[in-house]
Design a protein around this ligand. Structure first.
Ligand code: HEC
Length: 137
């Protein structure tokens, strides 16, 4: 019985640490790059520059770098309506890409640290989880 309980707690410990342990920032960026290439690149392009007037840039985007919560909410719930990115108006729609909270944290860490962008903090899954649609209103 003691052995069983020990075994049981080791398994529970392993499972919970793999669920709750956050990746390092480097690993998150690495995973985010793959997600970007699968889900974002067709509009925002490999250069992160987008297409002027159609798909806004992520490279040096003031919208992204100054509106972390809104950017996350846009990826999580979809984004529509007028936004201004680097002095250019966009009034379009980005549908939600169906990513889970961890994938959104990874892709955010990637786009915040690619193309000369830099963001000191790491976006955690926990942070993405608590972001509500209402930040877009
Ligand atoms: C089908 C094209 C398309 C895809 C795919 C797409 N986006 Fe977008 N994205 C847009 C458009 C269009 C907007 C502007 C929406 C508006 O005008 O309100 C936008 C806006 C944004 C913004 C805020 C504005 C900015 O440029 O800073 C971010 C951040 C963003 N997208 C990130 C992503 C990420 C990350 C992915 C992949 C998970 C992604 N997008 C996939 C078209 C797309």
């Amino acid at each position: 019985m003691k052995g069983f309980i020990l075994c049981y707690s080791i398994i529970i410990g392993m499972v919970s640490s793999s669920i709750f342990k956050e990746k390092t920032k480097e690993d998150s960026i690495e995973a985010g790059k793959e997600i970007y290439n699968d889900f974002c690149i067709q509009c925002h392009l490999a250069s992160g520059e987008g297409v002027s007037g159609v798909f806004p840039p992520l490279k040096k985007s003031d919208y992204l770098l100054n509106n972390i919560e809104k950017s996350i909410a846009g990826i999580k719930f979809g984004l529509r309506g007028e936004i201004i990115v680097n002095d250019e108006v966009y009034n379009s729609v980005m549908i939600n890409q169906g990513l889970d909270n961890e994938e959104i944290a990874d892709v955010m860490n990637y786009i915040l640290n690619e193309w000369g962008n830099s963001f000191e903090k790491q976006i955690s899954t926990q942070y993405v989880t608590q972001i509500q649609k209402t930040v877009l209103e």
